[in-house]
Design a protein around this ligand. Sequence first.
Ligand code: CP3
Length: 345
Amino acid sequence: MKPANMNDRFLRACRREPVDRTPIWMMRQAGRYMSEYRALRAKHSMLTLCKSPELACQVTLQPIVHGVDAAILFADILLPLEPMGAPFEFAKGEGPVVHEPVTDRAGVDRLRIFEAEEGLGYVLDAIKLVRKELNGKVPLIGFAGAPFTLASYLIEGGKSAHYIKTKKMMYGDPAAWKLLMEKLSEVTRRYLRAQITAGAQAVQLFDSWIGQLSPLDYAEFVLPHVQYILKDIETTGVPVIHFGTGTSTLLQLQKQAGGTVIGVDWRMSLTDAAKLVPGVALQGNLDPLLLFAPQDVMKKRAAIVIDEGKQLPGHIFNLGHGILPETPVENVKALVDFVHEYSAR
Ligand code: CP3
């Protein structure tokens, strides 16, 4: 039963049902562009925030004041690496650092598959807490990293420009690669299912760096594993957003792998994306840098995205990728208001 006060336009758009206004939320909406977040981070590390359900809940709720139509759980795609046996930290100025990167078959063999309730119970507790605090105000989105994107951090040990070590394993030891992808897929499948059981009302699979692959390599080395996850999650009936960047040549394969909604970055128009993947709801796709433009410029470009979205079976307004830490917070608020006003049916 839907609570009387629930704003469900995000879930309706995922299901391709009519909406009164285009729903909007923003990837990375909980984070450093908000002074409330920076104040908490001055006292606690990123991992402490993730591992304390009360703090994670607090951060998840911070961006709701902007009027967004969904909350995304505050966590990180890399959290499953630790219970798999690959601890990491967020080093200042460097991003994530995996202490002992996995570079060969022996390293892959050592990785553990775990139950989310045991390894990531703190995330599930945070979900339960957020649902209670939101009390139906807006739906809660859970998420996980997709196997390729997770593998790239595991193998490279952090961020990467050319993914040399990742592709060396993919091409040079396809059996080790396959085992790695199978382990990551099973962990991710169980983790997403557990998030849904805990109360996530939609989930997003982040394959952020998949645009590094040719369609041929995506089809051979990645698609079957993503499909294994998504076909199972789809049976729950909970909407799944399948997101990547640099995907204009991969969208059809991504859709084949699965997803109720396909995330589109800003490098192609929603109209062109819909020609490649007709019949599915799309999420996107304003360039996050437009939040640094004068507001009238930002609004003109947002209007184009909204108009294109209205021609689709379902559209969720979002940025083409995560919001940047330097983003002026007043522009976030202005964008949310504009999307709701301009898109009113
Ligand atoms: O979207 C949200 O508001 C929910 C929280 C969330 C975070 N990370 C919080 C975070 C989500 C959904 C993510 C996903 C994530 N994490 C991705 C995929 C999304 C994307 O943008 O493509 C990736 C690739 C990661 C890995 C990761 N985590 C990196 C590369 C970094 C450092 C990069 C940077 O911007 O410094 C993180 C750290 C991180 N994750 C922060 C936040 C708020 C910054 C931590 C801090 O406060 O210092």
